[in-house]
Design a protein around this ligand. Structure first.
Ligand code: ADP
Length: 351
């Protein structure tokens, strides 16, 4: 998956390059800079001394020495002075310069810390937004896997208002599903007599004898009697459109190219080719939702696509409620959705 937010110590990341939030002397410091120098060993400092410092917003590259990565890209983030001193542009430039150095050096994977969000005081949610925006723009034009490494969960929040809105939305939906009132409604329905052929329900597993009372649409009629391989073959010809067929159809209907779609879905090209070439490909649920988001599908269309892959949205899990929240709000920015999923400890889309 091209952009991932992970919680880790950046010095442990097995990637081609990690990015260091350095200071302009490049001679080491505290925070992530100190951790990187300690893990890389003294030869890193010896090399940095020869580089003649680095301007704010710019980046320089060295080897990784004892680190598990090949390179360290040192960038100097802005100090936060309230937001009206060009901090955002300088921080954007840190990400752009670092990504372009990574590209020039043939890196296929890069890990960033949240630059400037420690002692330099850039608010973490704003710092994360800059990181996500610049990296996702870069990934529209370039093939690379980029990690944003968030170190300290406690210090990390998505925008407070968004967090509160989603939390409230989850609470409401959870309450709806888990309250007594809801279970009572369900049990009331259980005791309701079936009304003619309009009520189609699966039999309770614990009461197999009820199966004969349940209407199974026309399938039941067709399948009464003995098994015939010829009939079964005929039935199989009536297979519905598969997930991958629906995906390709929707891409055409939305007038998108394949690349636009998988990039927007934060899905890598190799996975997309697999899906494209195999009509019966079984994707994971986050992958289906990632495509639904990339295609801007409505909730009903998303449900339909999920069903093709054997999944459904449910109010019994936070992941589904968060996805539903964004779709109903008409917010199809996969990276924002992933930030929210991350904040609520859920799997991210596109995996
Ligand atoms: P800056 O001076 O640019 O603010 P800091 O090193 O103080 O740099 O902090 C930048 C971010 O890196 C902070 O969000 C901090 O929590 C995080 N951080 C510190 N140590 C690590 C580490 N080992 N791995 C990943 N992130 C780290």
């Amino acid at each position: 998956m091209p952009l991932q937010i992970v919680r880790n110590d950046i010095t442990k990341m097995k990637v081609d390059a990690i990015v260091n939030a350095a200071n302009s002397s490049l001679l080491g410091g505290g925070g992530v800079d100190g951790a990187i120098h300690r893990a890389a060993g003294p030869r890193l400092l010896a090399k940095c001394i020869t580089l003649g410092g680095c301007k704010t917003g710019d980046a320089k590259i060295t080897s990784g020495y004892k680190l598990p990565c090949k390179y360290v890209i040192h960038t100097v983030g802005p100090v936060w002075h309230g937001g009206d001193k060009g901090e955002k542009e300088l921080l954007e430039s840190c990400y752009r310069r670092s990504l372009s150095l990574a590209k020039e050096n043939g890196c296929e994977s890069v890990a960033f810390p949240l630059i400037s969000s420690g002692v330099y005081g850039y608010p973490k949610d704003k710092a994360l937004k800059v990181a996500v925006d610049v990296i996702s723009e870069f990934l529209l034009e370039n093939e690379m896997t980029v990690y944003i490494v968030v170190f300290d969960k406690k210090a990390y929040t998505i925008g407070e208002k968004l967090f509160a809105d989603i939390a409230e939305y989850i609470d409401d939906r959870y309450a709806e599903e888990h309250s007594d009132c809801y279970s009572r409604r369900l049990s009331d329905m259980d005791s309701m007599p079936y009304m003619g052929s309009t009520v189609h329900r699966a039999p309770k597993m614990s009461a197999p004898t009820m199966a004969s009372e349940v209407c199974y649409d026309s399938i039941e009629d067709d399948f009464c009697g003995s098994y015939s391989p010829v009939d079964l073959n005929e039935k199989l010809k009536e297979l519905d459109e598969s997930f991958s067929e629906m995906l390709l159809r929707m891409i055409d209907e939305k007038g998108m190219t394949d690349a636009e779609c998988y990039k927007k879905a934060n899905i890598d090209r190799k996975l997309f080719s697999k899906i494209r070439s195999n009509a019966s490909y079984k994707p994971s649920k986050p992958t289906v939702i990632a495509f639904a988001i990339a295609l801007g599908l409505t909730l009903a269309e998303t449900e339909e696509m999920l069903k093709k892959a054997g999944f459904a949205l449910s109010h019994s899990n936070k992941f589904d409620i968060i996805v539903e929240y964004f779709i109903l709000k008409g917010n199809y920015n996969i990276h924002e959705i992933n930030e929210a999923l991350f904040a609520f400890d859920q799997s991210l889309l596109g995996v």
